[in-house]
Design a protein around this ligand. Structure first.
Ligand code: TYM
Length: 342
């Protein structure tokens, strides 16, 4: 079986609709045919200040959400990044083959540091994409299912993999054959939902760090609140319901959301809403969303009510992850010329 790997940060009280439609929904589907590993990158979360107690709680809520959304711990390996120390170990080695200029070109870093100013921007935020590369390369996945905003980080990951592979072809102390240490992974970005937009500002991606949360749908919010946000979504002054990203970003975003929640193709939605108004569309999107999130909230609460079971799942996940990751780190350490374990 080929392998997939991906992660989602525990930096909010809830995943948002963009996280789900852009990434997690794909993860759920991929676990049928792939050896799947999914994890919560809590080490990424602390690149910006976090309240420690809150981080711990959010990490558990993130795990519960993944389970409630359909990640099956019997089929997939579900773990928390900090419980697998190999992530930090490989990061250091990869940092030492990453160019300073190369890291400086990461647009997500540039955006975030520009907002915060360099004094409150951490070195951790700067090297974040290298940690992400380590997350991936440790497990040698063929595919990494993510939203559009992670594409550049995936490109860096591919470059680092190729660079390491060419620079460190030969084992030093071990008797294994010479050859590539890393698999060069492909991003798996679902075209239609790779970028879900903010309901109030439908040319910007939906994000927890938007200036206002009026355009952000949190899966664990009160469904009534979310329904209201959908009914107040920004649209345009025409009346026609059709998919046109450039001319009608608000309506197009609503069509994408409705289509992915119901499984109805966009063309058939366009037909269904001929002669109908924006209010009809918004009402249906709101209904579909409420139907989706209502049982989800209950399921998350059920998982959270049994922390022993969550711990059991995470401990099994960390064991399996470490089994794979420790072999990669041993190989990497040997290739760069470190002594064998003392
Ligand atoms: P994060 O936690 O910000 O987001 C999790 C996933 O959700 C996707 N996403 C979106 N997709 C569509 N529309 C949106 N508006 C939207 N907003 C977010 C993201 O693309 C992502 O796939 N650096 C990563 C986490 C990470 C990771 C990794 C991912 C750490 N290590 C290794 C893959 C492999 C991040 O911050 O995602």
């Amino acid at each position: 079986k080929q392998r997939v790997l991906s992660g989602i940060q525990p930096t909010a009280d809830s995943f948002h609709l963009g996280n789900y439609l852009g990434a997690v929904r794909d993860w759920v589907m991929l676990q049928d045919d792939f050896d799947a590993l999914y994890f919560i990158p809590d080490m990424h979360a602390i690149t910006v200040a976090q309240d420690p107690k809150q981080l711990r709680r959010r990490t558990m809520v993130a795990v519960a959400q993944l389970l409630a959304l359909g990640i099956d711990p019997e089929r997939s390996t579900l773990f928390v990044q900090s419980q697998v120390p190999e992530h930090a170990q490989l990061t250091w080695v990869l940092q030492c083959i990453t160019g300073f200029g190369e890291a400086s070109r990461m647009t997500q870093f540039k955006d975030k540091s520009l907002k915060q100013g360099t004094d409150s921007t951490t070195v951790g935020l700067f090297t974040y994409p290298v940690l992400m590369a380590a997350d991936i390369l440790l497990y040698r996945p063929q595919l990494v299912p993510v939203g559009e905003d992670q594409r550049q980080h995936l490109e860096l990951t591919r470059n680092l993999a190729q660079r390491f592979n060419t620079r460190f072809k030969k084992p030093v102390g071990s008797s294994e054959a010479r050859g590539n240490v890393f698999v060069v992974p492909e991003p798996h970005i679902i075209k239609g939902t790779a970028k879900i937009f903010d309901l109030q500002d439908p040319t910007s991606k939906m994000s927890k760090s938007a200036s206002s949360d009026a355009g952000l749908i949190n899966l664990l919010d009160d469904p009534k609140v979310s329904a209201k946000k959908i009914r107040s979504a920004v649209t345009d002054t025409e009346r026609e319901i059709r998919f046109d990203q450039a001319a009608k970003p608000g309506i197009s975003n609503l069509l994408v959301i409705l289509s992915s929640l119901t499984g109805d193709p966009i063309v058939s939605l366009e037909e269904r809403y001929q002669g109908k108004g924006y209010g009809d569309l918004k009402g249906d999107v709101a209904d579909a969303l409420v139907e989706f999130v209502t049982p989800l909230r209950a399921a998350v609460d059920d998982y959270l009510a049994d922390p022993t079971e969550l711990d059991r799942i995470l401990s099994a996940g960390a064991d399996r992850a470490r089994e794979i990751a420790s072999r990669t780190v041993a190989q990497v350490y040997d290739r760069v010329g470190f002594l064998p374990p003392a």
